[in-house]
Design a protein around this ligand. Structure first.
Ligand code: XMP
Length: 517
């Protein structure tokens, strides 16, 4: 782990709470750099990061369980301020000589918090203030030298602190929006207690990143798969700013793109990014390999394999290449870490991290791996990327193949493209469009009976999917107005040959996923 140049970083010890990413985002929104680190990190590794503060995150465990995750005792002796949140507070209570007990009933939801001590962590916080609780254990007896800072009607120690050693614990979750003054509580910790300064901005990130890329790449050459999406375009911009034309970009048209997309991406990229761009039309190859396959995992596997083949054939033509640049983001990194056995439950192992086959001897360059999607968008703007790229909705690597449920054929792809085009056109007219994370059509392998004019029809069904989300890891179905749904349905059924029914997908993630396959 290497120290980043953003002085005043905050290390967040990861005890596996589902809200950990939110803690990270809240801290960064206050322009302080932070990173999630393993909960059992030792003091010397931690000190290498030069943290100005430490946050002990929440987590699903209870300190009473036999193998509950606990930090090393030595981190309490570093003289670095610590804030324990929920499970993190119980860890403080448990390890520093207080008493933690299970509550008779799990407390979950909004509570009124009364502030007992206004100095420090609760400065400028109203009393009462609304906070969000989610816990089964409570600190019943304070550790020596601690005092109660806040309470609720059911939780006598909802906030505790030892101002001298700068150790603090809060039972509620300041990172979720339901805690009304959560931002102020974080800022009290960051600026009053840890004395951090605001220096995490995308401008400082560019400066740092360009230097790092130059150092790492030296005189080497870099290749990058450009999809026209936000992540790969921003990666390309950043890398090319660092090493100019020693970056080669490959755009593979796999035949699974949306209507007109290949041309649009090529045109925009050529207009705005002065990149070495190699365009490969590989539609036939992909469709041939997909023939007869209906299983989602098989489809994904074949597409991944074919992509690597096409990409490496193209890269080989370029002579000696040293690095492969990828637009891996921080959530991918966190997900892969948890998949490798961290304390959180595994959701899925991700497609974008560590997927290089052995015969490609490139080293990896992942300049966005510390960033969240919204930070990448700000970075893109800062680098001068046009709005139509920065604001693009995410589009999956395997493209429309995961939206044609079942076998992918040229004919079905065409039906889906036609339907999807109408979804895009209508959604762009919707005034709430900017709040939609993704909106698209899915072609189902189900035919149903309909009537058009006096004729009986027996045609395909299209599912409309539109979700809101902050990072794609969880999502809610979008509450689109009826008139938008009506318009989309009307246009698809009347204008797209082969479709006689449109349904709206009202499932959230979890337990569903955003894509259908
Ligand atoms: P799911 O369907 O897992 O998708 O809820 C979460 C987000 O990831 C996108 N997605 C992918 N992106 N390669 C990608 O680059 C893929 O194989 C892939 N599969 C899903 C999806 O569009 C959503 O934004």
């Amino acid at each position: 782990m290497k120290q980043k140049p953003y002085q005043g970083m905050i290390a967040i010890l990861d005890f596996g709470s589902q809200y950990n990413q939110l803690i990270t985002r809240r801290v960064r929104e206050s322009e302080v750099y932070c990173e999630l680190v393993p909960f059992d990190i030792d003091a010397s590794r931690l000190l290498k990061l030069k943290p100005q503060g430490i946050i002990l995150s929440g987590g699903p465990a209870s300190v009473f369980e036999r193998r509950s995750p606990l930090p090393r005792q030595e981190i309490f002796d570093l003289g670095v301020p610590i804030l324990g949140i929920c499970y993190g507070m119980q860890v403080l209570g448990y390890l520093l000589g207080g008493k933690v007990s299970p509550t008779p009933e799990r407390e979950y939801g909004a509570s009124k918090l009364y502030v007992d001590e206004e100095d420090g962590l609760f400065e400028r916080i109203s009393s009462p203030t609304r906070v969000w609780m989610s816990h089964g254990d409570q600190v019943k007896k304070l550790p020596p030298q601690f005092q109660v800072l806040a309470h609720t009607s059911t939780c006598p120690v909802a906030g505790m602190g030892d101002a001298k050693r700068k150790l603090y614990g809060i039972q509620f979750h300041p990172e979720v929006v339901h805690t009304r003054e959560g931002k102020q509580i974080f800022e009290n910790f960051l600026f009053r207690i840890c004395a951090c300064s605001k220096n995490w901005t995308m401008r400082s990130f560019i400066e740092y990143s360009v230097k790092e890329i130059r150092k790492k790449v030296g005189k080497g050459k870099v290749v990058l798969a450009l999809s026209g999406g936000v992540d790969s375009s921003v990666t390309a911009m950043l890398v090319s700013r660092a090493i100019k034309d020693r970056l080669e970009c490959i755009f593979v048209n796999n035949g699974l793109l949306r209507e007109g997309e290949a041309e649009e991406v090529r045109r925009t990229l050529a207009q705005h990014l002065y990149l070495n761009l190699h365009y490969v039309d590989a539609e036939e190859r992909f469709l041939a390999r997909l023939k007869g396959l209906a299983d989602p995992e098989e489809k994904r596997k074949v597409i991944g394999e074919e992509f690597i083949k096409v990409f490496s054939e193209e890269a080989r033509k370029m002579g000696e290449i040293d690095f492969l640049a990828q637009g891996t983001l921080y959530p991918d990194v966190i997900e892969s870490l948890s998949a490798k056995g961290g304390p959180s439950a595994t959701i899925k192992s991700h497609h974008n991290v560590g997927g290089l086959p052995g015969f490609m001897h490139f080293k990896l360059l992942e300049p966005l791996r510390d960033l969240f999607k919204d930070e990448v968008r700000v970075l893109g703007r800062e680098l001068g990327l046009p709005g139509n790229i920065v604001k693009r909705q995410p589009f999956p690597g395997p493209g429309l193949a995961v939206r044609v449920a079942g076998e992918v054929t040229r004919q079905r792809l065409q039906i889906l493209r036609e339907a999807d085009k109408r979804v895009q056109e209508e959604m762009k007219k919707y005034k709430g469009f900017k709040d939609i994370w993704q909106s698209f059509a899915v072609l189902l392998p189900v035919k149903s009976v309909g009537v058009m004019g006096d004729q009986r029809t027996y045609e395909y069904t299209v599912a409309l999917r539109a979700v809101t989300s902050r990072d794609g890891m969880t999502a809610d179905w979008a509450k689109l107005p009826y008139h938008i749904l009506e318009r989309i349905s009307h246009r698809i059924i009347n204008e797209v040959k082969g479709v006689n029914r449109v349904v709206y997908d009202i499932s959230s993630k979890p337990p569903s996923t955003i894509e259908w396959e």
